[in-house]
Ligand binder design. Structure first.
Ligand SMILES: [Fe+2]
Length: 284
């Protein structure tokens, strides 16, 4: 049994101390403008409220499915680590497209360098996916984060990672564990525009159809969605969650998080949404 909180797309921004030369070039100026524009849509205080409430929820774990940052800067990752250290339970993260925002950040494996303590687990060939086991439950962390040109927020898992994912799901399934797959981009059709989509989602779906999973969690679109992928013995639920720091007040897009109780016999979900004062439990 594992009880965990799922949040995503927290987009924590910190530019203090970043040398101006980083932004002088055309390459980053546009991206900085985009980030500042996006910053108006997020309030980091909402993440602090979430962390404060996390202590009251009897959690075993706190899960963030990517887009922790905006520009994948060192300052942003340092801020994430500072915030994560205040969370009263262990944290699991996977990367989103903003966490490998530039080729430099991807080349340096900046996300992995800072976030490695939150991605401990079994890894074939030292690569994604990583597997964290908790008695009869496994969290399987997939990376769909790849550096892309500006205005392109696509993701890709890649054939090698998907081959490893297929083997891992098969093995964990044979052991009877409840398999919770974490991936930043929605792995289903119809949720993302072409420039925002997981480009190899059909290959991902084939893996799930062959090997199965009990639950797939994602972020990226900043909206709450319940979809599914076909599995070998029935539909596999695919749940997306709104951004954990969104100031938007629209149905499904208001800042939210979910709390899951997962065991080998199934799962339940509680949904919490920001009501202007606190994250309040929504009626199912
Ligand atoms: Fe994203």
């Amino acid at each position: 049994m594992l009880r965990f909180l799922h949040t995503s797309d927290i987009h924590l921004l910190r530019l203090d101390g970043v040398m101006p030369w980083r932004y002088v070039g055309k390459r980053l100026t546009g991206r900085l403008n985009l980030a500042l524009h996006r910053a108006k849509k997020h309030d980091q205080a909402l993440f602090d409220h979430m962390v404060a409430q996390a202590g009251e929820l009897g959690l075993d774990r706190f899960v963030v499915t990517g887009d922790l940052t905006n520009l994948a800067l060192e300052t942003e990752f340092e801020l994430c680590v500072e915030k994560f250290e205040t969370i009263p339970v262990p944290v699991t993260v996977i990367p989103g497209n903003h966490d490998t925002y530039t080729r430099g950040s991807e080349r340096e494996q900046r996300f992995e360098r800072y976030m490695q303590p939150y991605m401990q687990g079994e890894r074939e060939s030292g690569d994604y996916p990583f597997v964290q086991r908790f008695e009869d439950v496994a969290l399987i962390g997939v990376s769909s984060a790849v550096a892309t040109p500006p205005f392109d927020a696509t993701g890709q898992c890649g054939a090698k990672q998907l081959a490893r994912l297929r083997r891992v799901l098969q093995e964990l399934g044979e052991e009877g564990l409840a398999r919770v797959v974490l991936v930043h981009h929605p792995p289903v059709d119809g949720l993302s525009k072409p420039k925002h989509a997981l480009t190899d989602r059909s290959a991902f779906a084939e893996v799930i159809a062959a090997s199965g999973a009990e639950l797939i969690l994602h972020g990226h679109e900043h909206v709450r969605t319940d979809t599914a992928l076909p599995g070998p013995t029935g539909a596999v639920p695919v749940h997306g969650i709104a951004s954990g720091t969104s100031v938007v007040q629209k149905p499904g897009r208001t800042a939210a998080f979910s709390v899951y109780d997962v065991s080998s016999s199934g799962f339940t979900r509680e949904l919490y949404e920001w009501n202007g004062h606190r994250y309040a439990l929504l009626d199912a």
